[in-house]
Ligand binder design. Structure first.
Ligand code: SAH
Ligand code: SF4
Ligand code: F3S
Length: 479
């Protein structure tokens, strides 16, 4: 096994088959399977881009691919268990000379342990090592095995052109890593320290995707609103990206409540492209619990942040992340979480049972703090019911409203199209697949409680009662 200690980002490593050299040699195929968050989706697009530029052809099934990469997540134990199961399954798609690689957060966390546990894996590459993929694959073809898990704080893959698969929106990483140290979280270990791309580089990429016909971008970072490139903060970034001609929707995920400076809130409120939705992870509604989690805000701080955002951005939808069963969670602390959910009235939430992650501070908490599985399960169910009940009520109240949706894709049922409102509601629309990428005005006619069905209204009707495209928001007196 060879370990690659440092791969300088500027090194021009030999590649498998140069693109466009007139060679008639068959291009090897590469299949990437992606787990985890949007950052991983964006990284897979970068990996495809890097490999395509080196002579590979992306394919969308593993069957018979020359290279199979599994881009992994380590956030909870079940995310890793799934990948381990899947790695075993992928064996049956392998040809004699197929190379299998494991990339992403689990690769970073486990490093050479992956090679020991899965003998059919040849390369293990962490999030900062993707530039070296062509060279690593060349080595693997010669029978070598590699682990490349060094962090590279300069690496933003600036010169790599992402190969995007989403037809209507683009994921744009603007920050990598995380400098918070929430006690449950593996991300600082798997992604390293926080660093931001330069604002002009982000703007250039946004201009490129808009030129390619995409009209929505989602800026990505673990605490994206702490973005700072040395000269510009996240407020500057929102304004600069929002000013790109032809961009209609600007979203970002995930912000940290502590990084919503007045400047950022004001930029959000006064940049018309910024959508009326924020995903604002709460984690817990108990100040004592938030302290154990090292979230660095109190229940009151969180609520104040929500209120500032709502005052600045009328019609703002708020979604969140919540963990139940973190060590020493008392009935009262859990009740505080339910209570804050009822106070804020989230539009939706991702809810998780706490999963201990090797090496995180939470695993060093006293063992007697562990919450029994049955208690966690009961709290989890209670939370899900509470959150779903609130979003159902909010969604029922929206029936009859009109809104602008962007048609994203054919829905899973294969008949309706799946579209999204600016405030992040999912709306199923009966329309021809040719409308994917279009903006439609729809009337919300039904809801499952979570998603809507909508009927497109005619242009003339929508002109008469257009509640849709919000006029550019004015300067806000509340700030
Ligand atoms: N950077 C983002 C979160 C990224 S991880 C932020 O700080 O908001 C996405 C979510 O996974 C977290 O918000 C948290 O709710 C959940 N999560 C992270 N680690 C977890 C763990 N060990 N167990 C259960 N849920 C966890
Ligand atoms: Fe994890 Fe906390 Fe960083 Fe989010 S802010 S990635 S939860 S350490
Ligand atoms: Fe998972 Fe890594 Fe994202 S741990 S959630 S893929 S940053």
């Amino acid at each position: 096994m060879t370990s690659i200690p440092t791969i300088a980002p500027t090194t021009d490593l030999p590649v498998a088959l140069p693109d466009g050299d007139g060679s008639t040699a068959p291009r090897p195929t590469v299949y990437i399977e992606t787990y985890g968050c949007q950052m991983n989706v964006a990284d897979s697009e970068l990996m495809y881009g890097r490999l395509q530029a080196s002579g590979y052809t992306p394919v969308d099934v593993p069957d018979g691919a020359d290279v199979i990469l599994v881009n992994t997540c380590a956030i909870r134990e079940n995310a890793e268990t799934r990948v381990i199961g899947r790695l075993g399954e992928l064996r049956r798609f392998m040809k004699r000379d197929t190379i299998v690689g494991v990339t992403g957060c689990m690769a970073q966390r486990l490093g050479p342990r992956v090679l020991e546990q899965a003998k059919h894996v040849s390369i293990v590459v962490g999030p900062d090592g993707y530039r070296a993929l062509p060279a690593l694959l060349d080595g693997a073809r010669r029978g070598e095995k590699f682990t490349a898990t060094d962090f590279d704080l300069e690496e933003h893959y600036e010169d790599v052109v992402a190969r995007r698969f989403e037809g209507v929106k683009a994921w744009i990483p603007v920050q990598r890593g995380c400098d918070y140290r929430c006690t449950y979280c593996i991300v600082p270990t798997t992604r390293g320290p926080e660093r931001s791309r330069k604002l002009p580089d982000v703007v250039r990429e946004v201009q490129q995707v808009v030129e390619q016909g995409l009209t929505e971008v989602v800026l990505l970072g673990q605490t994206v609103n702490s973005y700072h490139d040395g000269a510009h903060d996240f407020a500057d970034l929102l304004r600069a990206v929002g000013a790109v001609d032809g961009l209609r929707r600007l979203r970002y995920t995930s912000p940290h409540p502590n990084d919503f400076s007045d400047r950022v809130v004001e930029a959000m409120a006064t940049t018309p492209a910024v959508c009326e939705h924020v995903h604002l992870p709460m984690q817990s509604g108990s100040t004592a619990m938030l302290k154990r989690m090292l979230r660095r805000y109190t229940r009151e701080d969180y609520l104040a942040c929500v209120e500032r955002l709502r005052a600045a951005i009328p019609g703002l939808a708020i979604t969140t992340d919540i963990i139940v069963g973190f060590p020493a969670e008392t009935d009262e602390e859990f009740a505080d979480t339910l209570d804050l959910c009822r106070t804020v009235r989230f539009d939706d939430a991702f809810m998780f049972k706490f999963s201990p992650r090797e090496g995180t501070p939470a695993t060093r908490m006293p063992p007697e703090w562990t919450i029994p599985d049955d208690v966690v399960a009961a709290r989890f169910d209670h939370l899900v019911q509470t959150v779903r009940g609130i979003s159902r009520e909010k969604n029922l109240a929206r029936l009859g409203d009109r809104c602008e949706v962007l048609v994203e894709k054919v829905a899973r049922d294969g008949e309706l199209l799946q579209a999204r409102s600016r405030d992040f509601r999912t709306v199923m629309v009966p329309a021809d697949a040719a409308r994917i990428g279009d903006y439609l005005t729809v009337q919300l006619t039904g809801t499952t409680g979570a998603t809507f069905t909508g009927t497109p209204v005619t242009a003339a009707e929508s002109d008469a009662t257009d509640t849709v495209r919000p006029a550019p928001r004015a300067q806000l007196p509340t700030l």
